[in-house]
Design a protein around this ligand. Structure first.
Ligand SMILES: C[S@@+](CC[C@H](N)C(=O)[O-])C[C@H]1O[C@@H](n2cnc3c(N)ncnc32)[C@H](O)[C@@H]1O
Length: 264
């Protein structure tokens, strides 16, 4: 079997493999007291305020669909899409009536009509993509004029990201000693259970979570995709490991460089 080359700049297949392997346990992060439960509440409030009652929302990279389901329960019309079929299986199991769309890992165009959504949320997705400007441009295309894209990305100012930066540099030479070959999501071969599996999953994550940039970089990327700065309702400025950015599609004409985001 040919294994995907991680260091190839456009490699997307290893990302799918990584998240397929994480799918069975992802929803547990949203259980009461889970690591992501608070994040879901904050993002849901922001998306609901931006999309308006009954608004159409695209959850790009929806994972196991927890945020999408939360938004649907709040009355929004939500479409979840992802490159990981295993993640979407979890989403469908939890909400068989939901709209779940599988994307080709190498997608360049989203399978949705221009202007179809009032808001797009990409929660911890853009760090894994090969070309963030191209993805943001597609988000802009599927947004209705005046619609907003919300994204969370790693906040490079947070100490946990400094440690990840260091760990990523150690993981590259350590990988072969752990049985890793660059480019192969190890979890695909050996499963992700147990301490060794978790360590391999972490090494994969460090290598695949490759878009680590500051707020100004993301603002410039959004500007290149034709998006404008947007105020994110309820963003508190609290210090956290994620940066929440909001960008708006202009009602006419093209965008200009967008404003930096806030921490969540
Ligand atoms: C860290 S998980 C976040 C899942 C969910 N958004 C959440 O916040 O719980 C990243 C998700 O993005 C998906 N993903 C990565 N690259 C993608 C891409 N280019 N297009 C769509 N989904 C992608 C992965 O399969 C995975 O489910």
């Amino acid at each position: 079997m040919t294994e995907p080359a991680l260091r190839e700049p456009g490699a997307t297949e290893p990302v799918r493999v990584l998240f397929d392997a994480k799918a069975a346990t992802w929803a547990a992060k949203y259980a009461p007291g889970g690591a992501l439960t608070g994040r879901r509440a904050r993002l849901a409030a922001a998306v609901s305020a931006l999309a308006g009652p009954g608004g159409r929302v695209l959850d790009l990279g929806c994972g196991s669909g927890d945020l999408a389901r939360h938004l649907a329960e709040a009355g929004l019309r939500v479409t979840g899409c992802d490159i990981s079929a295993r993640m979407l299986e979890q989403a469908e199991r939890a909400d068989p009536a939901g709209t779940w769309v599988t994307l080709d890992p190498a997608w360049r165009e989203l399978p949705f009509a221009a202007g179809a959504f009032g808001a797009v949320i990409a929660s911890s997705v853009l760090e894994y993509v090969a070309d963030p400007v191209a993805v943001l441009r597609e988000c802009a295309r599927v947004l209705a004029p005046g619609g907003t894209v919300l994204c969370t990305v790693p906040d490079t100012r947070h100490p946990v990201r400094w440690l990840e930066w260091l760990a990523a540099r150690c993981a590259t030479p350590l990988g072969p000693a752990l049985g890793s070959r660059p480019g192969l999501a190890l979890t695909a071969r050996a499963g992700s259970s147990g301490r060794a599996g978790r360590l391999r999953g972490y090494v994969d994550y460090l290598q695949l979570s490759r878009q680590r940039h500051g707020a100004r970089w993301w603002a410039a990327a959004a500007g290149r995709a034709g998006l404008l700065p947007a105020v994110v309702p309820g963003a508190t400025g609290a210090r956290g490991p994620l940066l929440l950015c909001g960008f708006r599609k202009p009602t006419h004409g093209s965008g200009i460089a967008a404003a930096p985001g806030r921490r969540v």
